[in-house]
Design a protein around this ligand. Structure first.
Ligand code: GCW
Length: 660
């Protein structure tokens, strides 16, 4: 099985590879750049020179890539703020411009040179435009990390990759590291080319074998780190808070016990002996059954600060997840609201975390639903370093069987949290699948997550076109417009045929695929819609509801008059006859969007048929298969949702369409 080139087909290097290119600098990442440049030049007829090493360097060069250091006065790195901190890298920025009739990348360091190289590749011929004006490029977010939910072993319920829809892990196979890590190297390259600078190799639910990655299986992590390093990607590890006990060394994991603190300090020292540029720990504690400081009557600040102290000597961070809630709730209890939980637990701790702790917050208050408000935690902790967590793996957005381009959602989130977060963590959608992501078009989500972390202002539509042009370099006009048409609005289409107006869930319990309106209604998971014969939605207002709306510093969500339609049922319980800002009633909106969404998917399938012969036949077939499933599934959603609400409300469809 070959390795799919994704957004780095060799064609992407044609413009660069046909030119005279000088590489100036030293170190392992510069070697990577050199390797890229020489391969491109060999392929496309250009010539590569190495400053100080090549015998003859011609007087005229087309491209100079150099680690010339930060240009005085060109700096865009902002003054220190709580969103920054010790893990800030000063080496990633670069200035792209023209000097002495050559295109130049003057990088702050080797990583900047690598990012500059990929910027040149993205631009193709236009990178060599004599009129190119100087541009400074710096990442908006210093930590841009992809979190893998990979297990070493195959978990009996979750499989090898938890919520993974792309085959097995790219790191482990049958309980051991893959013999051949070539794929991991290609992966590192793809990550760097979209701006990602860190990965967490294992699942946040840390089972026994994965707990050992910290100690007796550390060499496996070091091997991955060795490959990633060449592309400027640092490796992080999800750790089990109870590791000192589970690994059999201590009777307690109490974060205030000296023996426990020493255990972590010594263990962490050994990690750095094996992986000198290790990035840090990721922790899911006291959440969905994972161990945590609550067991010892300690707080999340105690737990996080203990690990932070162990990591502090090494310029590394602990990311501590704010995804903490009661997953054993009684559905009869209307006072508990899962949406409130992260803010209730973490906002009071603002200012109590060490400066190498990053509190990692899911973008919405619930759990990666198709539509959620932005988590209020992200504006409630100004004295804490924060990461926003996105889910690239499509657990609730079609599981890589449905086309669902998520960048429009993420851009909205990032616009709201600008200035409040210094890091972006994205749950990976990658696996051993030949197209990396199961659905080949889901590669665009991975690409966009990295690119948005680098530059959140880049529009989702521009990013989509960028991805299409790179991935399908020979895309003639028709193919580009087919892909654009299929993907651009696909998130909104998915929203149309699934749970309405921000109410969320309504998925089959366990695997979370396909409709089951009441699947979670009487369960302990805290994900309810409260539909009855009169209305639907969750009253989260301050005045009559759970009070969640009061966690925001503004009042937009409190009143139905100001709450946006798409979040109405997240915040309010309303009668079916309630008229939306759009002018239609809630019940009619449900019928209309479900018919429209499913119809749109059928049209997408039709449209894709015109791509036959324009793309690689295997990719064509894979997308075609997935679209068949999406058509089937969207019809299932439409019928179950419409029938359910028709039966509950007794209100007929104004247009007399078929409801079962
Ligand atoms: O969305 C839920 C998933 C769990 C996941 C959890 C989390 C890794 O259903 O599979 O566990 O979120 O984010 O920790």
């Amino acid at each position: 099985m070959g390795i799919h080139a994704a957004w780095l087909p060799s064609e992407a290097f044609r413009a660069l590879g046909a030119r005279r290119v000088l590489v100036a600098g030293a170190g392992p990442i510069v070697e990577t750049v050199w390797d890229e440049v020489t391969r491109a030049c060999d392929r496309f007829g250009g010539a590569a020179y190495r400053s100080g090493l090549s015998a003859e360097v011609p007087a005229h060069l087309d491209l100079v890539l150099s680690t010339a250091g930060r240009c005085p006065g060109a700096g865009s790195a902002s003054a220190a703020s709580p969103t920054e901190g010790p893990a800030a890298s000063p080496t990633e920025g670069f200035v792209l411009g023209r000097r002495a009739e050559s295109t130049t990348v003057l990088a702050d360091g080797a990583a900047g040179m690598l990012y500059g190289l990929f910027e040149i590749a993205r631009r193709g011929e236009s990178a060599f435009d004599p009129g190119l004006a100087d541009e400074r490029h710096d990442p908006a977010l210093l930590l841009r990390v992809l979190d893998h939910w990979d297990n070493v072993d195959v978990h009996p319920v979750m499989g090898q990759v938890e919520r993974g829809y792309s085959g097995g892990s790219i790191f482990w196979h049958q309980g051991r590291p893959h013999d051949d890590l070539t794929r991991v190297r290609s992966y590192a390259r793809l990550l760097a080319a979209c701006g990602i600078n860190a990965i967490t190799v294992n699942n946040v639910n840390v089972h026994l074998s994965e707990t050992r990655l910290l100690t007796s299986r550390l060499d496996e992590v070091a091997a991955i780190a060795g490959i990633m390093r060449a592309y400027g990607v640092r490796v992080h590890l999800s750790v089990n808070f109870a590791a000192p006990v589970i690994l059999g060394d201590l009777p307690t994991a109490d974060p205030l016990e000296d023996t426990v603190r020493q255990w972590w300090a010594q263990t962490t020292e050994r990690v750095f002996e094996a992986i000198p540029d290790f990035g840090g720990y990721l922790v899911k504690a006291d959440s969905e059954g994972q161990p945590g400081p609550f067991t010892y009557g300690r707080g999340h600040d105690d737990g996080a600060n203990m690990l932070a102290a162990a990591l502090a000597p090494h310029d590394a961070v602990v990311r501590w997840r704010a995804f903490v809630y009661d997953h054993r709730q009684d559905w009869r209890d209307r006072s508990t609201d899962r949406a409130r939980a992260a803010h209730d637990h973490f906002a009071p701790l603002d200012g109590r975390f060490h400066d190498n702790v990053i509190v990692q917050v899911k973008h919405g208050p619930m759990d990666f639903q198709t539509r959620e408000p932005v988590s209020p935690v992200l504006s409630a902790m100004p004295a804490t370093r924060l990461a926003v967590e996105l889910q690239v793996t499509q657990e609730y957005t079609g599981q890589q069987k449905h086309v669902c381009y998520l960048a429009p959602m993420w851009s909205g989130v990032l616009a709201e949290v600008a200035g409040q977060v210094g890091a972006l963590a994205a749950v990976s959608n990658v696996g051993s699948d030949e197209f990396w992501t199961g659905h080949p078009l889901a590669q665009a989500n991975l690409y966009a997550a990295g690119r948005l972390a680098w530059d959140p202002h880049r529009g989702p539509v521009a990013l989509l076109d960028e991805w299409i042009d790179l991935t399908f370099p020979s895309a003639p006009g028709p193919l580009r417009s087919i892909l654009h048409d299929l993907m651009d609005e696909s998130w909104r289409t998915y929203e149309q045929y699934t749970a309405p107006l921000g109410v969320g869930f309504m998925v089959r319990p366990g695997h979370h695929y396909g409709p089951d309106v009441d699947g979670y209604e009487y369960t302990p998971w805290g994900t309810y819609h409260f539909a009855d014969r009169d209305g639907v939605g969750v009253d989260r207002t301050r005045t009559t509801g759970t009070g969640f709306a009061g966690q925001y510093p503004h009042d937009r969500y409190e009143s139905v008059a100001t709450c946006p339609d798409e979040l109405l049922l997240f915040f309010h319980h309303v009668p079916y006859g309630h008229v939306l800002h759009s002018g239609v009633t809630v019940i009619q909106h449900i019928y209309d969007t479900h018919f429209a969404g499913a119809e749109r998917v059928t049209a997408m399938r039709q449209r894709w048929r015109r791509a036959e012969g324009l793309v690689d036949p295997a990719l064509y077939a894979r997308v075609a298969d997935r679209l068949d499933e999406q058509v089937r599934s969207a019809g299932e959603w439409r019928d179950q949702i419409n029938t359910y609400f028709h039966r509950k409300s007794g209100v007929p469809d104004a247009h007399g369409r078929r409801i079962h």
